[in-house]
Design a protein around this ligand. Structure first.
Ligand code: SF4
Length: 229
């Protein structure tokens, strides 16, 4: 499993916990608005960090940190992920996984072995628009299987969608809400321009406050908790 970098401290990436963040290299999507091109475009990959260095850091900080977030890139592209997460769990950490949901096999393995405590799954688009939004061919059945598996699991989770125009329109978000009807938590994230896989996204916009407020009213009845970020 190739680790691009390690963020040593975060107060915002694991709900209510102090965490470190491990960023894996490689992704099977090419979302133009992605703000981690150095983890997605192989031409920009840095020399991967040694796992031993990451584990040594986590051993040393176990009295100061509660949790470890594994994000990317797409962490489930790495077959070693479950064993890697299990090692971190054995140190006493909570583990959160950020995923695009394309690998329900690894997800299922980690859920049943309890090597994850929190899952954040991106839902990029309604199924019929997936390939267009992520700029790659997508196995939609795998994405839906992950969604259903997460909803049926005892693990804490959130689904989240980045509100980015012109890729998505408000009706797309309603369709996603219907797809995850009954979900424990759905997060709508405002798109914020920064560096992107597709540099043209620097001029893209998120939805207006009025549109987000309208979406809130329409989606709240579909899920247990709706969060706007
Ligand atoms: S935003 Fe898209 S391209 Fe970037 S890491 Fe996530 S799934 Fe991959």
């Amino acid at each position: 499993m190739n680790i691009g970098y390690l963020q040593r401290f975060s107060l915002i990436d694991y709900p209510g916990k102090i965490s470190a963040i491990i960023f894996t290299q490689g992704c099977n999507f090419r979302c133009g608005y992605c703000h981690n091109p150095e983890l997605v475009n192989p031409g920009l990959f840095s020399e991967p960090m040694a796992h031993a260095d990451v584990f040594a850091f986590l051993e040393k900080r176990s009295d100061k940190l509660d949790a470890v977030v594994i994000t990317g890139g797409e962490p489930t592209m790495h077959k070693a992920l479950p064993a890697f997460a299990a090692t971190i769990k054995d140190m006493g950490y909570l583990v959160k996984l950020d995923t695009n949901g394309t690998n329900p096999e690894i997800l299922g393995e980690m859920i049943s072995s309890r090597t994850i405590d929190y899952i954040a799954m991106d839902i990029k688009a309604p199924t019929e628009k997936y390939d267009e939004v992520v700029n790659a061919p997508v196995d939609k059945e795998a994405v839906v299987a992950s969604m259903n598996m997460i909803m049926d699991s005892p693990v804490d989770y959130e689904f989240r969608t980045t509100l980015v125009q012109p890729l998505l329109v408000p009706e797309d978000i309603i369709r996603i809400g219907e797809l995850i009807r009954g979900a424990r938590q759905y997060v709508l994230q405002r798109f914020v321009p920064s560096k992107h896989v597709d540099a043209d996204f620097i001029t893209a916009k998120t939805f207006s406050d009025e549109t987000i407020e309208d979406l809130k009213l329409r989606i709240e009845p579909l899920v247990e908790r709706l969060v706007i970020r």
